[in-house]
Design a protein around this ligand. Structure first.
Ligand code: SF4
Length: 382
């Protein structure tokens, strides 16, 4: 049965949730990777021998959060002496650095601050667009939309339309974590349900805001729950086509209330990438992670169905707080992709190729374009 299913999926055919679970559990590893690679090449002929990356900056605007997810090492509760918020001037300064370093995208990422309603995001996004119109704002997810709508006392649709009008270009799909009810309730009991997360994303797609989708692996979920998460995304994608990409990443065990509970191995991660490529036949891009899984796992993911290796991450503070210690720079990311057997290419948020690095002699040389945990990319260059 497995060989038939692999053959059908590699040819772009639709497989069932049960078949996906069977592949995830039992398909021979190399056969699974080969089928996913075949599906990737057929789905994205313009990227057959290419793998992409993007230069972006996460802007962490506040660590104050009322949602208290158990896997999160970044947030503090309201009134904590360790709480902070970045003012607009600082946010704009970081956007300016991003532009100066050749970044094309910013990702707003932060806590559910009890006072931040729609107005806060409208102000921030319109100021960014006014000062840096060339920057794409690819940020937030259903959880933030639900929270800001509640704080402002407006319907979800109004919140979506208002932040889009203010300058939000697309949603990053944060907060998906695990969509099935059992594992979601265990790790994020105060977050909206998985069904609600999808409902809000569907509304956003319908209102013209496309998004990516994410998944947090390794907090104690079962294999069947991992595949259910994929199935829930595929169902919405059947109706909207609004998910540009699927991005699984792995739980980091430090400084949070789950206290080191982790079960994702590199092979589990690679199998998930491959099954996602085969099962999510209606999603174009599958992103491999180097930040949480390590650089070699990231390279391998390119042979298991991933077409993209994410971003240089000029700033990252969230998963770093939970223990992710991998750092990279543009040259290394290019090197990782090239030595994995693909032509590296810088992409835009919407996956157009901005620069194809065919010849190592022509590689960009700005060593400032590197990832940082801290918040001032330009001054931390050593
Ligand atoms: S993951 Fe997000 S919503 Fe959950 S506690 Fe952390 S900052 Fe808050």
């Amino acid at each position: 049965m497995t060989a038939d299913v692999l053959e059908r999926a590699a040819a772009g055919g639709r497989i069932t949730e049960e078949e996906a679970l069977e592949l995830y559990r039992n398909a021979p590893l190399h056969a699974l990777g080969k089928a996913a690679d075949t599906a990737r090449r057929a789905k994205l002929p313009y990227l057959a021998d290419t793998a992409t990356y993007i230069i972006e900056r996460n802007i962490n605007y506040t660590n104050v959060c009322v949602t208290a997810c158990k896997f999160c090492a970044f947030y503090v509760p309201p009134k904590s002496p360790d709480g902070w918020s970045r003012d607009l001037e600082e946010i704009l300064r970081r956007c300016g650095e991003t532009v100066e370093l050749g970044g094309t995208q910013v990702m707003f990422q932060g806590g559910h601050h009890p006072e931040y309603g729609v107005e806060y995001y409208e102000r921030a996004f319109s100021a960014i667009k006014e000062n840096y119109p060339e920057l794409v704002i690819h940020s937030l997810g259903a959880s933030e939309i639900q929270h800001m709508a509640k704080v402002s006392g407006v319907p979800i649709e109004d919140a979506i339309v208002r932040i889009k009008t203010a300058g939000l270009d697309s949603l990053a799909g944060a907060g998906a974590e695990l969509l099935p009810a059992r594992p979601r309730t265990v790790i994020a009991p105060l977050k909206e349900s998985g069904e609600r997360w999808l409902e809000i994303m569907e509304k956003a797609h319908t209102l013209g805001l496309e998004s990516t989708s994410t998944m947090l692996m390794g907090t104690g979920e079962t294999n069947a729950e991992r595949i259910r998460h994929l199935a829930m995304i595929r169902d919405v994608q059947d109706r909207t086509g609004g998910f540009r990409a699927f991005i699984p990443y792995t739980y980091q065990p430090l400084n949070n209330h789950l206290k080191g509970r982790t079960q994702t191995t590199t092979l589990e991660y690679l199998r998930l990438i491959a099954v996602a490529r085969l099962f999510l036949h209606n999603v174009n891009h599958i992103q491999g992670s180097w930040l949480t899984t390590g650089k070699e796992a990231g390279q391998l993911s390119l042979h298991y169905g991933a077409d993209d290796l994410g971003s240089v991450m000029l700033e990252e503070n969230v998963v770093s707080s939970a223990g992710a210690r991998h750092r990279s720079n543009r040259n290394e990311l290019i090197h990782l992709i090239r030595t994995a057997g693909r032509v590296p290419a810088q992409r835009s948020t919407t996956y157009e190729l901005l620069a194809v690095h065919e010849d190592p002699a022509d590689d960009p040389v700005d060593e400032r374009v590197r990832s940082h945990i801290a918040s001032t990319a330009l001054t931390l260059v050593d």
